[in-house]
Design a protein around this ligand. Structure first.
Ligand SMILES: Nc1ncnc2c1ncn2[C@@H]1O[C@H](COP(=O)(O)OP(=O)(O)O)[C@@H](O)[C@H]1O
Ligand SMILES: [Mg+2]
Length: 267
């Protein structure tokens, strides 16, 4: 069973003010298998979040078919399906109580809630939270108040939180946005550690910087104006030509020790 399977997917929205259809995704075919770690790259407004929202069972396609974890969107209880999908939404950090310690923030993931529901959390959940914090490398934040954590520390705690409920698919939409270089690198290291510890867990990470691709990434999807430019195993996909087309600027792509970079070509 594929984790995500999209065929001939189109998403459009009616823009009332302009009396026209805005096409957000067009003719997307994409399959994510168990154990694959995808990066979705594209400029602002390319359709990355729209794509991830389909995979997250948050929205439906206008045309075409989307299957997530073997369930066809439109023929399944979306809320039930979402219980099997982990995500790191940007909004959640603002909703979680600042008074919670790092450990408590991770524990809230056991019930998929913002608040800590003590009566629904058992010794097993606590042990899992400890193991995940160790795995992600945030054990030092165990007793730190969430409000005292830096943005990068919060993101790493939320990453551990997203794994509490044992998801079968993990979606990360721009997890590194707003982080400085050391924080970004620590989060990327946590993503690599997570991938290593959860070998079968399929993941999709959205970014618009090649420098933010974790070394554990196996596949890449390049998207521009709602259409896929290239998709497949990362090394043959992330060519200078494909990345230049995607971002509409001539770049040279470099690949070194598993990490990626794009440099603008000056003529
Ligand atoms: N409800 C909507 N109605 C009309 N246009 C929308 C709507 N939602 C998003 N868009 C547009 O669709 C495009 C793709 O959006 P999005 O998927 O968020 O892009 P990305 O995440 O790659 O930056 C953008 O140009 C955005 O402005
Ligand atoms: Mg987006």
């Amino acid at each position: 069973m594929a984790a995500i399977r999209m065929s001939e997917v189109t998403v459009w929205r009616w823009v009332a003010a302009e009396e026209r259809r805005a096409v957000l995704l067009r003719d997307v075919d994409w399959t994510v298998e168990s154990g694959e770690h995808w990066v979705v790259l594209g400029p602002n407004g390319a359709g990355k979040t729209t794509l991830v929202n389909l995979a997250a069972a948050v929205s439906h396609p206008s045309e075409g078919a989307v299957e997530v974890l073997g369930e066809r969107l439109g023929a399944v209880d979306m809320r039930k399906l979402r219980e099997s999908i982990g995500s790191l939404e940007s909004g959640i950090a603002r909703k979680i109580r600042g008074r919670y310690t790092g450990h408590e923030v991770v524990l809230t993931g056991a019930t998929g809630s913002i608040a800590l529901l003590h009566d629904r959390i058992g010794a097993e959940d606590r042990a899992r939270a400890d193991r995940l914090m160790d795995e992600i490398g945030v054990e030092a934040l165990r007793e730190r108040k969430f409000e005292d954590c830096s943005q990068g520390e919060r993101q790493r705690l939320l990453l551990a939180r997203s794994l509490m409920d044992e998801p079968d698919l993990l979606l990360l939409d721009e997890p590194t946005t707003g982080l400085d270089l050391p924080s970004r690198e620590r989060l990327i290291a946590s993503l690599d550690a997570m991938a290593e510890a959860n070998a079968d867990l399929p993941t999709v990470t959205v970014t618009h910087h090649l420098e933010e691709i974790p070394a554990s990434t196996t596949h890449a999807l390049l998207i521009r104006d709602g259409a896929i430019v290239a998709a497949g195993e990362i090394a043959p996909t992330l060519t200078s030509e494909a990345v230049s087309t995607t971002f509409d600027i001539e770049v040279q792509v470099a690949h070194n020790s598993g990490r990626w970079a794009a440099m603008v070509v000056r003529s």
